[in-house]
Design a protein around this ligand. Structure first.
Ligand code: MRU
Length: 343
């Protein structure tokens, strides 16, 4: 399994797989500039909450390493400005602001030691954030695997796999572990309109790993569940509020409502860096609105609807904690009510 984002330690560059090119092309790119980093995250070349956080941390170090400010104050000013700019690229995935804050705090803590020492500390912090993601996802995989039985059919929405984190992913981590342990599982991947993260990315990475994967359109979930093909739902998260309400890719809440109707367990997989204890409930979560053209044009040869038609294109929705069977984290599995005690 190839990492999605990493640091080229010799050349101090952020390296990443450009996810907009998948599955037709596996394109590896590099970045060491804050304006490029903003665009890369905004256009979803790096996407998925954990990958955005790790990519931002490594990218900020790579960019700052090139700054030529002679004074420490000048360096810190430019670093914070760049970090705030990158932080504004996507509002919902809390891992972005979490990683940016860690990088800013790290720079401030080393103030007084000189610019070179700050750069060295930023490199170490970015590497720590990268390594922590790998460890957290591994543990999510081990905790979640216990909830999967041999022969299960599992439905997932969007892409919360290795492409959405550094290496193992969140919602797909339990599936990878179950597969490694010899459990025969069938995965059903929602195509995930409008940007097709399920069709392009989840189906791709599962197929590449030799896992039985079936693709369906988003409006086929109810039918699959009614036919008894789904035993559990595993999804990722972009921000989990303190009460367990969860923002994830648009369409997730509908899947949860249908799963409840059919009595199918619905699991959210997320590292603690995705839990925002400052958000009391889902009402406090800002939902990113994206361009109309993603719905009307992006995957068509010509605009496929009348030019006077308005478009509603929120990137995420919120699933109420009452619909979530368990939140699978690196520290274990929690209900929404139990989560708050972990603060
Ligand atoms: O808009 P995206 O592709 O970044 O949205 C990604 C998702 O909604 C994922 O499910 C979420 O970030 C969890 S990734 C482990």
């Amino acid at each position: 399994m190839k990492d999605t984002v990493w640091l080229d330690c010799e050349n101090d560059l952020l390296m990443y797989i450009d996810q907009t090119k998948l599955p037709t092309e596996l394109k590896i790119c590099s970045c060491d500039d804050v304006f490029d980093l903003y665009e890369i995250i905004k256009r979803l070349s790096i996407r998925g909450a954990p990958a955005i956080g790790v990519g931002a941390a490594i990218g900020l170090f790579a960019a700052a390493n090139k700054f030529e400010d002679e004074t420490e104050d000048g360096f810190l000013y430019s670093f914070k400005k760049g970090a705030e700019y990158v932080n504004s690229s996507r509002p919902t995935a809390v891992n972005l602001s979490w990683a940016v804050k860690r990088m800013i705090n790290c720079a401030e803590q080393h103030k007084g030691n000189g610019v070179d020492a700050i750069k060295k500390a930023l490199k170490e912090e970015a590497i720590a954030i990268y390594n922590e993601d790998i460890e957290c996802c591994k543990k999510i995989g081990l905790h979640g695997e216990k909830l999967i039985k041999d022969g299960d059919g599992i439905l997932t929405h969007c892409n919360a796999g290795s492409l959405a984190a550094v290496r193992y992913g969140t919602a797909l981590a339990p599936i990878y572990v179950a597969h490694e342990n010899g459990k025969k599982i069938r995965v059903y991947a929602d195509e995930t309109r409008p940007l097709l993260q399920g069709a392009r990315l989840t189906a791709y990475e599962l197929a590449e790993s030799g896992i039985d994967v079936t693709l369906q359109c988003d409006n086929m979930v109810s039918s699959l569940m009614r036919e008894g093909r789904i035993n559990a739902v595993f999804v990722g998260a972009d921000r989990v509020a303190a009460n367990g309400d969860t923002a994830n890719k648009i369409g997730t809440s509908g899947v949860a409502i249908i799963a409840k109707h059919y009595g199918i367990p619905f699991y959210v997989c997320a590292p603690f860096s995705t839990i925002d204890f400052n958000c009391e409930s889902g009402k406090d979560i800002i939902i990113e609105q994206r361009l109309d053209s993603e719905v009307t044009e992006m995957h068509y040869k010509t605009r496929m609807t009348h030019e006077n038609v308005k478009v509603y294109n929120p990137a995420f929705d919120v699933t109420d904690n009452s619909l979530i069977t368990g939140i699978i984290t690196e520290r274990g599995v929690f209900t929404g009510d139990e989560l708050i005690k972990q603060k």
